[in-house]
Design a protein around this ligand. Structure first.
Ligand SMILES: [Zn+2]
Length: 437
């Protein structure tokens, strides 16, 4: 049985979805005003593996990941570029999807845009006001944190410490410094009509409402980067607790940070690496191997050396697979049969809170067996087993072996048997050029 770490309970729990055989999963998506960096890519890759694995286990998975297309940062960027905000959001949504594809992550089933749900958000906020959980002020609408007894339950924040920690600045309109904005009255940038004036919804409300609208009830998995735990997820949950009387999700999963040379990636430090730049130099799947080579809750200390190491590892995996594939193709022993024992071993590792680093160790183990295997039937089974596992991790290399390449290979073998070394060398060069030597 699959067990996973639930941030909400801080324990490893058996995974029992709300509905048998079905899994609903929501992962907070990007605010589309810039290209994504390596840290942003981590949840994009991890939750793709989660989706693939759950589907492999036979669950019908509905995977939703939103696009935040209304935000101060988008407005600033639009002003800077002297274009409409929609030009910015359209461009960076497109780029985000291109990067997701390049990283081999399957697109979520639904990618709702926040701006498409504004009328629902207005209605939701109205509800919160009527029930006494929110209040309107000239600057906008605020959520009454003190009315939620369990506030802090997700991020394990002490509510008293929190009040002391909050700086009381321009918030004199709030009843309490902890209260958060769920609607901001403004005409600066994109804005919408509401009973409280022209303005736009708060980010925490956007995700809560999209969950409410798309799923209609408690979902199974709500995920994101660990930096979203507070305040974003805590506030999403607080609204859902009072509005819908559940915790939004049964399981809350958070992916660890990715630091560069042991420093947090940030604009001020100037150490941001964009995915689009990285994949100019390295194969996207090699980066993906680096990601799954670390446990998802573990912090990754990214360095160039680490990337080089994983690129080499990925190359090794690819070479072993191609060598085996060639042997199986020549001997015509290709099969769909898998090694059940090895698949069970894989499943027990994945069921252990997605222990992908140990899966990678298993893969090396299988490749070692493959490299030594002389019997083609057995080699074909091992190959197929590795392929199934790599496909779930999204790191199966792509290659094609044409009939023409196969006949060149046979001719090369023949030339060697005939001791026609000159011809053998020529054929060998051809195979090498095609990447099969
Ligand atoms: Zn969210």
């Amino acid at each position: 049985m699959l067990k996973l770490y639930n941030t909400l309970t801080q324990t490893i729990e058996d995974f029992e979805p709300v509905q048998r055989n079905k899994v609903s999963m929501y992962v907070c998506g990007p605010t589309v005003y810039g290209d994504i960096h390596l840290g942003n890519a981590r949840p994009v890759i991890f939750f793709d593996v989660v989706k693939r694995y759950l589907s492999y286990l036979g669950y019908e998975v509905l995977f939703v990941s939103n696009i935040t297309d209304v935000d101060d940062k988008i407005i600033d960027k639009a002003k800077e570029m002297k274009v409409d905000e929609k030009v910015i959001t359209k461009e960076y949504t497109k780029r985000f999807i291109e990067i997701m594809d390049a990283l081999g992550s399957v697109n979520p089933d639904i990618m709702p845009k926040a701006t498409e749900y504004v009328p629902h958000m207005v209605e939701y906020i109205q509800d919160l006001i009527e029930k006494g959980y929110a209040y309107a002020r000239p600057s906008g609408v605020y959520f009454r944190v003190n009315k939620v007894e369990s506030y802090g339950i997700l991020s394990k924040q002490n509510i008293e410490e929190l009040s002391q920690g909050v700086r009381i600045t321009l918030d004199e309109e709030k009843e309490d410094p902890k209260d958060f904005s769920i609607w901001k009255n403004t005409t600066d940038g994109m804005h919408f009509e509401s009973p409280w004036g022209l303005g736009r919804p708060g980010w925490h409300t956007e995700c809560a409402v999209m969950n409410h609208e798309i799923f209609g009830s408690e979902i199974d998995i709500h995920g994101g980067g660990t930096d979203l735990k507070f305040p974003h997820h805590e506030n999403e949950m607080a609204q859902t607790i009072v509005h819908d009387h559940h915790h939004l999700a049964k399981y809350w999963m958070h992916v660890g940070r990715l630091d560069i040379n042991n420093e947090k990636m940030s604009k001020s430090v100037g150490n941001i690496i964009l995915v689009k730049d990285l994949i100019q130099c390295y194969e996207p799947k090699a980066f993906r191997l680096l990601m799954v080579g670390h446990h998802y809750r573990q912090q990754i200390g990214y360095t160039d050396d680490l990337m080089v190491q994983f690129a080499k590892e990925y190359d090794k995996i690819k070479r072993s697979l191609k060598k085996a594939f060639l042997g199986i193709s020549l001997s015509k022993t290709m099969t769909l049969e898998i090694d059940d024992k090895e698949i069970e071993r894989f499943k027990s590792l994945m069921n252990d809170d997605f222990n992908t680093p140990n899966v990678i160790t298993q893969i090396y183990d299988l490749l070692k067996q493959m490299n030594k295997e002389k019997e083609f039937g057995r080699l074909a089974v091992l190959y197929q087993t590795v392929k199934v596992i790599l496909e779930i991790l999204g790191i199966m290399p792509y290659y094609e072996l044409t009939d023409d390449t196969l006949s060149v290979y046979r001719a090369w073998e023949q030339a060697r048997t005939d001791k026609d070394y000159q011809r053998a060398d020529l054929l060998r060069a051809q195979l090498s050029k095609r990447g099969w030597m």
